[in-house]
Design a protein around this ligand. Structure first.
Ligand code: FE2
Length: 379
């Protein structure tokens, strides 16, 4: 979890006190068909380390969860042990995907009270759990689709993860990290005409601000379009862009997602690095597959983005995209979906001043996605 110390911040647009100060993403939980193998994938391919485990051996009878970590990035892989189980239902409906975006707070009780009194649906009332290492308080609310936000208060806890988990490590397997540091942003795909509904949810219920808007003119190719609004927590530590499909000649990537995920859900999680060339080289050599843009993308790159510190050749070789805004530039690259359904994928991002999301790359990126959709017969 982020070791950030801001506890009270001002809401950027209204000047009001932030009623839901968030320290960042505590962890991302994935419901998957086989958590043991998924955990191994994130360790072997993405460079995470084993951290904690919960299952029948720790008193959790209906599921197992493996927790892996890399720097401030924590993933939990959870699988059901029985058929009559809400996790099993989730996987039957959606395939593997993100269930929980857990957010780090100082006071999980207050976070639950502030959000539910503003209209959030309850997922879980504040629950205190203890062990010899102290106390963790967890509460939760529902967001789009079957996705949830948990509020995690762990200021009085010194254990490895949280009560109910035991330390998990394998002295014989310590894969080298790939330089992934923390969650930069998490994007949700919602249904037709639902973007503004969820924008209002994040504004009203969680005190977020709409910091950027992309309409279907910004995000369109010859064939398909989508719209997106970026929601940011008051202090900017948590950013949730929300996408909805827009009318185009053919089926957009958001529609393909909604069809195969069988509803709304998390489209991609963006993972930050300080050295994207090194990180992407490591990920590729360990089997992670990325979208490719045509090499012509690089022909006029410096005309479009101006001077950048990086050599062009490795960027071109790895297919890394570059975009500039008023404050600087960013480098980014998008993985192919990490499961067989064309649903969740990852973005690798290195920010060099830029606070935006790569608008200048949308067209090239979406054309690359469309080539994949076409190959699947889903365009
Ligand atoms: Fe992104």
């Amino acid at each position: 979890m982020a070791n950030l110390t801001v506890t009270q911040t001002n809401n950027a647009t209204s000047g009001q006190t932030d009623f839901l100060p968030l320290h960042g993403t505590d962890y991302v939980e994935f419901y998957v068909g086989n958590a043991k193998q998924a955990a191994h994938f994130y360790m072997s391919a993405f460079g995470f380390q084993a951290l904690a485990y919960a299952g029948p051996e720790t008193g959790m009878k209906d599921r197992v969860s493996y927790v892996v970590r890399q720097h401030k990035l924590t993933f939990m892989l959870t699988t059901p042990l029985r058929t009559e189980n809400e996790i099993a239902d989730h996987i039957y409906k959606h395939g593997d995907g993100v269930k929980t975006l857990a957010l780090s707070v100082d006071d999980a009780t207050q976070a639950w009270e502030e959000t539910t009194k503003r209209g959030a649906s309850n997922h879980m009332k504040p629950l205190r759990t203890n062990d010899a290492e102290g106390e963790v308080v967890v509460s939760g609310i529902k967001t789009y689709g079957d996705t949830i936000h948990l509020f995690i208060e762990r200021k009085n806890y010194t254990g490895v993860f949280m009560p109910g988990f035991k330390a998990w490590n394998n002295p014989h397997y310590k894969p080298e990290d790939t330089g992934l540091l923390y969650v930069d942003h998490c994007v949700g795909n919602v249904g037709w005409n639902q973007m503004n509904v969820w924008v209002k949810f994040y504004e009203d219920v969680m005190g977020f601000n709409n910091i950027l808007t992309f309409d279907d003119e910004d995000i369109s190719t010859e064939y398909s379009a989508l719209m997106s609004k970026v929601m940011s927590s008051g202090n900017g530590y948590v950013k949730f862009p929300i996408n909805e499909p827009a009318e185009g000649k053919k089926k957009s990537q958001v529609e393909e997602y909604l069809e195969f995920y069988n509803g709304e859900g998390v489209q991609h999680v963006a993972l930050a690095t300080n050295d994207i060339v090194k990180t992407v080289s490591a990920l590729m050599s360990r089997g992670v597959e990325f979208l490719k843009v045509p090499t012509s993308y690089y022909d006029d790159l410096t005309d479009r983005v101006g001077h950048i510190d990086e050599d062009l050749e490795p960027l071109k070789e790895l297919g890394i995209l570059v975009d500039r805004d008023n404050e600087g530039y960013l480098l980014q690259l998008f993985s192919k979906p990490v499961e067989d359904r064309p649903t969740l994928f990852f973005e690798i991002i290195q920010r060099k001043g830029a606070k935006s999301f790569g608008k200048g790359n949308f067209k090239a990126l979406f054309e690359a996605i469309e080539r994949e959709q076409e190959a699947r017969g889903n365009l």
